[in-house]
Design a protein around this ligand. Structure first.
Ligand code: ZN
Length: 385
């Protein structure tokens, strides 16, 4: 990781007490490199030196802290159902958050108009100085070319393959700051790795159970980034034997073509046309919890498909933690509990003994937070082409 980002992380976790010696220990950087980095950050006003503390007979130590108000980052997460925006300061405190429905895609012009208005309103309502805005991170539930900053497709809300929407170019021109685009699950994994309950866990898997089924991977401390032609953690499109449903991607049998929130409602309608109360995945989850046999039947199959996909991801990446998120995840919900039970049935107990499994503590702004974090890393030269 970039030295400046490492130094800032060390200072941030020191909570106002980190000295140069502490930073050297935490980062493992050479003394000279670390001092150069700290000086640069002090000169830019990103870091403040606090009053010297006497240190016995040695030289007094100077505690360093982050100047939270020195820079701000917007994180925008365009999910299949909702679009969420956060504004974070340099201390990564969230100073603003907002949620709206994701509009079904009609054309590029209105898509960009809407995004610009969302960012504009976030900046205004957060009451930050415009000159202090340093970047906008955008995560999308779709295929993203992060190098070009292009949204290739997002079929869950109507953007067809090859639409190639120039996110970085359009938002960059409107706001005059760097734009970094990524997939929702890459952002979710970044958020968990830096801010979640399992922060710092070098091998981490995130699973999003929502309108689609997504997953993201941190392996040996490295966030694995998807390219449109070579996606990573493409769990939703794992082909599940016995699943005959056709996916938005065109294949038959993809996991999310059954277990995705939108698919579940469709499957239920076909199987139980008289059940008017099967309005969406959430309604079925509640009914299944109450013992409704039809709802249980639909969700049992969904859970078994989820479990097959998640167990395969665990076998592939050997994570120490699996963090769930997304609209279909309720800690005591029927589908979530059944999915976990399914994973536990497939994998041997010895393997599971070393894996922590739980629901994100970051809530529904998880990916927006991750998007803000990733554009912040970009400012110092991370994840560049
Ligand atoms: Zn598919």
């Amino acid at each position: 990781m970039n030295a400046a980002v490492q130094i800032l992380d060390a200072i941030r976790s020191g909570k106002g007490t980190a000295s140069k010696k502490d930073i050297k220990e935490a980062t493992g950087l050479a003394w000279g490199t670390m001092c150069k980095g700290v000086d640069m950050l002090l000169a830019r006003g990103y870091v403040l030196a606090l009053r010297e503390k006497p240190n016995g007979r040695g030289r007094p130590t100077v505690p360093l802290c982050i100047n939270g108000d020195a820079a701000y980052y917007v994180g925008l997460d365009i999910g299949a159902a909702h679009t969420r925006a956060v504004v974070c300061n340099l201390s990564f405190q969230t100073v603003f958050m907002n949620e709206t429905d994701t509009a079904f895609y009609t054309d590029a012009a209105s898509f960009f108009d809407r995004l610009r208005a969302l960012v504009e309103s976030a900046i205004t309502q957060a009451r930050i100085e415009r000159a202090k805005l340093r970047g906008i991170g955008v995560s999308v539930s779709g295929n993203v070319d992060f190098e070009g900053g292009v949204l290739v497709s997002a079929r869950n809300f109507g953007i067809p393959w090859g639409a190639d929407l120039p996110l970085a170019e359009k938002l960059g021109a409107a706001f005059g700051v760097p734009i970094y685009a990524m997939t929702t699950q890459a952002a979710a994994s970044a958020a968990e790795y830096h801010f979640g309950e399992m922060a710092g866990c070098p091998n981490l898997l995130t699973v999003g159970l929502g309108v689609g089924i997504g997953s993201g991977v941190v392996s040996e401390g490295q966030l694995l980034i998807s390219r449109p032609e070579r996606p990573v953690g493409y769990i939703g499109h794992m082909l599940i034997s016995g699943n005959e449903n056709v996916c938005t991607c065109g294949f038959r049998g993809c996991l999310e073509a059954y277990s995705g929130g939108a698919s579940l409602a469709r499957v239920a309608k076909e199987k139980f046309p008289r059940r008017k109360d099967f309005t969406d995945a959430h309604a079925m989850d509640v009914l299944a919890d109450e013992g409704d046999r039809d709802a249980m039947q639909i969700l049992d199959t969904a859970a078994s498909y989820n479990a097959a996909g998640i167990a395969s991801m665990i076998q592939l990446y050997m994570p120490e933690a699996v963090v769930f998120g997304g609209g279909q995840c309720r800690a005591d919900g029927y589908l979530y509990q059944k999915t976990i039970a399914g994973v536990q049935k497939i994998l041997p107990r010895e393997r599971l003994a070393h894996i922590k499994i739980g629901i994100t503590t970051l809530g529904k702004y998880q990916s927006a937070l991750g998007a803000a974090r990733l554009v912040y890393e970009q400012e110092f030269g991370e994840n560049k082409k």
